[in-house]
Design a protein around this ligand. Structure first.
Ligand SMILES: [Zn+2]
Length: 473
């Protein structure tokens, strides 16, 4: 009896192991198919070409943003998805107006122009421009040290650079971006006439980098203009200030904040064949800044997300769960699209189990970061081996993406594609964020990497927090 029992048990174990092996084999074949399709017959690069070169910068509320909505909707409709629709969302509309201009005057009549760009959301300078002495600071904390006495009437120059020793350039960005986001609101409290911020860029070059800023609760009449200056010109300004504290900086910008306007998130889905009520989202943001064409930020994420669904259709994979591509509007200066999507999902009681965003550039993919609990993360890590042939190795807990962030609730796992980040801030929010700086293969590898993870989540589902036992993994 005992012997029979052990023989049966042995067979069961062998069966389970064989089943596991064949499952792993079929997963690895599926990943190979996904990568083959993306690399040999991919569409992401052509879509990006159109978005970047035919449409261009897609700032919320602009004509180009509307064109991008129409174009991506049409393209999704051509894929034969089960549903494609537009989700209305009101977005802010800020316009730059004619190009900014700035110069440093070292003595009356002796000037040198410097490269600046208005920060998104900044007020214009007075019609004749702003001209004042400059006080250089290394961050918001410095303002208190100098006080109103030394700041009033001057232009505050925030010059803390991104740290070059940090391997993650996003971490370096995180250590500086408060100067851009809150610098004007804070300097305004000390009576500053304007704000100039060193561009969030690790490289020394002539491109100023824009980005969002906020005046917080500052009354409209007390808002001061804010611009970013290129890293080369920040170094020049800092150097010459050491020799001549009395020099004057002049800048003129013509930006304007308008009433909110109607826009849309673009959504398409393949409805699940077994668990249609369980939803997986893959997305990027359709809007971009206006001074480049938004190829890396976030044209790449948009076309990669569209490609995930196209790859499934092309290889004939029928998802068990519902896979949705969401192209979010207004990530850059408002996050209205991400908030709206989560709000509608909640009001409809939709069950999202997973949301993956690509918003870190179209560079060589390295892996993903996850916002997940321990058991969920262990489940995901068990798939790591499948990615080895594609040099995808980075599976870490951490942030996901701004647009999918508002979906955080209950069991949902959020994730972000993590491409190599070393060159991202050479282009981020600058005039050189353009199509020619995106490499076709790197973009396609990213799309395939995303599709592979979405396939695995679709196939196995996501563990529920605290209910699944870890040893089952
Ligand atoms: Zn972005």
């Amino acid at each position: 009896m005992k012997k029979i029992f052990f023989t049966v048990l042995g067979l069961l174990i062998i069966n389970t192991v064989t089943a596991q092996n064949s499952q792993e084999q079929s997963d690895s074949l599926m990943l190979r198919k996904i990568y083959d399709m993306s690399l040999m017959q991919g569409k992401s690069y052509d879509w990006l070409d159109h978005l970047s070169n035919k449409i261009g910068g897609r700032l919320s509320g602009s004509y180009q943003a509307q064109q991008a909505v129409e174009y991506t909707k049409e393209e999704l409709e051509s894929l034969g998805l089960d549903k494609v629709w537009l989700q209305p969302v009101m977005v802010p509309k800020w316009t730059r107006g004619s190009k900014e201009f700035a110069y440093v005057e070292t003595s009356p009549g002796t000037t040198r122009t410097v490269n600046i760009t208005a920060l998104g959301g900044s007020v214009a300078t007075p019609a004749g421009g702003t001209k004042a002495q400059v006080i250089e600071v290394q961050g918001i904390e410095d303002l208190e040290h100098y006080g109103r006495e030394q700041i009033e009437g001057k232009i505050v120059f925030f010059n803390r650079p991104m740290r070059p020793d940090l391997i993650s350039t996003f971490e370096a960005y995180g250590g500086c971006v408060d100067q851009r986001y809150s610098g004007a609101a804070e300097a305004g409290k000390y009576g500053a006439a304007g704000v100039i911020v060193r561009s969030m860029n690790l490289r020394m070059d002539d491109y100023p980098h824009t980005g969002s800023m906020s005046y917080g609760s500052t009354p409209v009449s007390e808002r001061i203009p804010a611009a970013a200056i290129s890293t080369n010109d920040a170094a020049y300004l800092s150097g010459i200030l050491k020799m001549n504290k009395d020099l004057q900086l002049y800048f003129k910008q013509n930006s304007e904040q308008h009433e909110d306007v109607q826009s849309y998130n673009v959504i398409g889905e393949i409805t699940g064949s077994e668990y249609p009520e369980e939803i997986l989202v893959v997305g990027g943001h359709l809007d971009s800044w206006d001074i480049g064409d938004g190829a890396h930020d976030d044209g790449a994420g948009v076309v990669q997300s569209m490609e995930v669904l196209r790859l499934f259709k092309e290889i004939g994979y029928k998802p068990k769960r519902t896979i949705r591509v969401v192209l979010f509007m207004n990530e850059e200066n408002g996050l209205r699209g991400g908030n709206k999507y989560a709000e509608v999902a909640k009001s409809k009681n939709e069950k999202h189990i997973f949301a993956l965003e690509s918003d870190a550039g179209g560079f060589t993919p390295r892996g993903f970061s996850f916002d997940a609990d321990k058991a969920q993360f262990a489940q995901i890590q068990s798939w790591k081996e499948l990615f080895k042939p594609y040099l995808i190795h980075y599976f870490e807990l951490g942030g996901s993406g701004a647009d999918v962030g508002p979906l955080k609730q209950g069991d949902v796992v959020l994730a972000g594609l993590r491409p190599d980040s070393q060159r991202y801030f050479d282009h981020h929010h600058a005039a050189n964020d353009t199509f020619e700086h995106v490499n076709k293969r790197e973009l396609e590898l990213g799309a395939a990497t995303m599709a592979s993870l979405v396939y695995l989540v679709d196939n196995y589902g996501i563990k529920r927090i605290n209910t699944d036992v870890e040893e089952k993994l």
